[in-house]
Every structure is written in C-alpha cells, then in structure tokens.
Ligand binder design. Structure first.
Ligand code: SF4
Ligand code: SF4
Length: 448
C-alpha cells in the first residue's frame, strides 16, 4: 500500500492562496433548500412568521435515504416557497431573516463520553445532525454507514483533494487535525471497524506530518500518503490505491467491502458529536479569475453566491461560468442568486478567457484520450458512436462506466467535448430506459 491506478493527468493545480480559512458573517437573509441530500426532499417544519434558533431543525423527511435540514442562523421565517436550487431547479426552501444574534438551539447536546464510544448513539446523531457526503455526493452518511454494516471491512477517508483550485480540505487538516482524527474515529466506531485509512496526496506533506504528529493510531487511523495525480480523489481511485480492490462498473464501494467518506464529512461528524452542532455550515473554496480575491471561507448554508463573491472583494471581471466543486468534475450553476448547500466544496467564477470551449473542436487522432482514462475506456470511440446516436456501440464501448472525471477532455489537444458528451449520453440512456419502461407498462395495461 498504496497501490496505483491506471491513467490520470497532472493538471495545473492553481490552488487558492496560502491564507487560513476566513469565517464570514452570514448574510441578512439565508435561503435554505429542502433538498440537500440524495433522496426525497425534506418537508418544511416551520411556517412564515416563526422564530427559529441557529441549529433548529426546519426540514425533515422520514424516509431512510434522507437527512434533516437545520437553520444556519437565528431569526424570523419570512418565506416558505420554491426558490432556485444551485443546480437549476426550483426547490422548496425556507427563507430566514437573520437577526444576527446567532441564538443557539439547545435541542442537540454534545454526546456523553459513553455515547462517543457507542455505535448506535453515533449513528443516531449523524442522522439527526443531517450529515451527508460533503465532498459533493450528498449521500446521507448514517444511511451509508448502516448500509455497509457486516459488508464493509475498510473505511477510507478521502483527503486527496485532487481537483485544481480546491484546498479547503487541506486547510481543515492544518487547522483542525485533532478534530478531524476524532471525527474519523467516530465514523470508524459507527462502522464497527478497528481501523480507518486517511488517504492524502503528497502535495500536502505539511498536513500529513501534522496529522502524524498527533498519534493517529490512538484514534485507530492510519495516514496513507498518495501519489499526486488526478483523479486520485475519486472514490474508485481511493479504493484501488488503498486496498487494490476494483469497484466493478455499476457497482458500489460496499460491494468490494469499502466505504469512503470525505474530509469535510469527518469534520462535520466531529462537530455534531463532540459539540452538538448540526450540519449548517461548511468550509469551501472560492476561486476563478473573475473574483477579486480567492479565499477559503467558513460559510453558513443558504448563503447566496453573490454575497459570497462580495466577501471576496467582488468581481473584477464578469463571470461567464459558475462552477460548483472543481473545474474537472464540477457542476455548472445557473445564477448568482442561488445559494451554497452542504455539498458545495467550491464555487469557481470563471471568465470568458478561462472557458475552454472552442467553436470547432477537431479530433486529430492523437490517441491521448486513450492513455489517460482511469477506467481504461476508449473515449475517442465512445464519442464517435455518441455522435452517431449508436446506442449499441456506445454500450459496447462501456460509455456507462465513465464516471465523468474529465481527464480525457483535459488531455485532448483538439478540445473535443468528450466528457460533456458522455454525460449527455448517460442521460439519453436513462431516458431511453424510462421510455421503454413506460411503453411496457402501457402495453401491459392495454392487455389487461
Ligand atoms: S485526445 Fe482528442 S484529438 Fe486526440 S484522439 Fe482523443 S479525441 Fe481525438
Ligand atoms: S471522463 Fe470518462 S472516459 Fe473520460 S477519462 Fe474520465 S472516466 Fe474515462
């Protein structure tokens, strides 16, 4: 250990400046979306006119795959209505006028010493505190860990942070090493395991040394320094590098006995269990050359992107594109009015010059895309069949196994929109399957 994964690229990392995390004052109004996890959205528990405290539960869904939502400020509820979600849809949200008092909710006390060692007490707390995968996946953490019980023998904490620009995790490691180790210990106890592995790329040696100086073994944690190579931070790559196991196409980490959680999730677990603070804030990176000063911010959930940009000195150029997460795998946001949510690891404001799309992308058949795919796929052929709308051959060339890491597009001298096409192709496959299912159901109804 560590093992290697095939392919990958070495992008220009352009990490945010060497300044500690800045804690920003929350905005006068927060907009808290009821959908901040994979699964059915929450139902609001409050109404217009209610007074809420900071950390009070304001949204819940009893479904197993869900996570409650908490107020990030104290103040008055002024609207409960659909608002623009960062990913584009209108989603039910609770709008709170901040009274700037940060009056804390006392519903959630820190766990007792006994409870901090108790698997069930920790799992219950992770659910109640609304903790989800904060690397971006937003899978409810309690559900993920429970689902792995009896199947998972290896817990991995993802500290690679291999995407360019992002370095909020690196700063969290440097500022809160003991809190992180305690958070990982709690995740390990909740998983019923004796040991957890914290995989960190070697471009963060200061953090690796600091974490090692805190005697991670006392928490049942081993720090694993990893090669600096994108996409080291992809779940499948972490599993390969730490265990030499390969998640089969369409498979889940638990299928090969692994669970992976992010650095920010481990930090949120610490806060929920040791401090009784539910998941209503996070550390995120703000970057891109449209913004005056890139920063890592500690920011309440529900803060509008426009307000976040103001905290970074505003815009010096007009942003053409807003990317949520890193530039390789991030998602495009549609408006500055949208707000950060639990899974927002970064907000990048890119200018026209930073936009890599070209008018006439041309394949020069150099084969570079074939050498970098960590899944061993053949992007050139996948693209060719995508353009022809040839579903059979797209399948034959395993387009559905692409996890959209962006390495092929990054390495393509012809600027071919490879990853974007594969994303679209996967949506088309999903639509085709849904159409076929609907047709079969209609036929069955007809025959009755
Ligand atoms: S890297 Fe780009 S130009 Fe080269 S073969 Fe692949 S698609 Fe064509
Ligand atoms: S985006 Fe898909 S095809 Fe391209 S390198 Fe990544 S996994 Fe391979």
């Amino acid at each position: 250990m560590p093992y290697k994964f095939r392919g990958g690229v070495h992008p220009n990392y352009m990490k945010a400046p060497e300044e500690p995390v800045v804690v920003i004052t929350p905005p006068p109004q927060v907009v808290v979306p009821m959908a901040q996890h994979i699964g059915a959205p929450c139902q609001p528990l409050v109404a217009v006119g209610d007074y809420v405290t900071m950390g009070q539960k304001i949204g819940e869904n009893p479904a197993t795959v869900s996570a409650p939502v908490h107020s990030p400020v104290s103040g008055k509820v002024i609207k409960v209505e659909p608002r623009l979600h960062p990913l584009g849809d209108m989603i039910m949200a609770v709008v709170i006028e901040n009274d700037f008092q940060d009056t804390p909710c006392t519903d959630m006390a820190p766990l007792t010493e006994e409870e901090l060692k108790d698997q069930e007490a920790i799992l219950t707390r992770l659910r109640e505190a609304g903790i989800v995968g904060m690397g971006g996946a937003m899978f409810p953490t309690a559900f993920k860990i429970r689902g792995g019980l009896g199947k998972v023998d290896t817990l991995i904490i993802n500290g690679a942070e291999c995407e360019p620009y992002l370095n909020g995790d690196h700063w969290t490691m440097r500022l809160h090493p003991e809190e992180l180790l305690k958070g990982i210990e709690l995740a390990r106890i909740a998983s019923g395991l004796d040991k957890a592995y914290y995989g960190i790329e070697k471009n963060k040696m200061d953090a690796i040394d600091l974490l090692n100086s805190k005697n991670p073994a006392q928490y049942g944690v081993e720090i694993v320094p990893e090669e600096v190579k994108y996409p080291q931070g992809a779940e499948k790559m972490q599993i390969k590098v730490i265990t030499n196991r390969e998640v089969k196409p369409g498979g889940l980490p638990a299928g090969v006995g692994c669970n992976v959680i992010s650095t920010q999730t481990a930090y949120a677990i610490y806060k929920a269990c040791y401090l009784g603070i539910p998941c209503y804030e996070r550390i995120l990176t703000v970057g891109g050359s449209a913004v005056n000063k890139p920063y890592n911010l500690q920011c309440r959930i529900g803060t509008p992107f426009s307000y976040i940009a103001e905290q970074c000195g505003g815009f010096i150029k007009t942003p053409k594109k807003i990317v949520l997460g890193g530039p390789m795998m991030g998602l495009i946001a549609t408006s500055l009015d949208a707000v950060n949510i639990k899974g927002t690891a970064g907000i990048l404001f890119f200018t026209e010059e930073e936009d890599k799309t070209v008018e006439n992308p041309t394949c020069i058949h150099c084969g570079k895309c074939l050498t970098v795919c960590p899944m061993g796929l053949e992007p050139l052929y996948m693209y060719m069949y995508f353009k022809k709308g040839d579903f059979e051959n797209m399948k034959k060339y395993h387009i559905l196994d692409c996890f959209e890491c962006g390495s092929c597009s990054y390495n393509c001298p012809g600027r071919m929109p490879l990853t974007h096409s594969f994303k679209t192709a996967k949506l088309l496959f999903a639509k085709k399957a849904a159409d076929e299912k609907a047709r079969a159901a209609a036929k069955e109804a007809e025959n009755k």
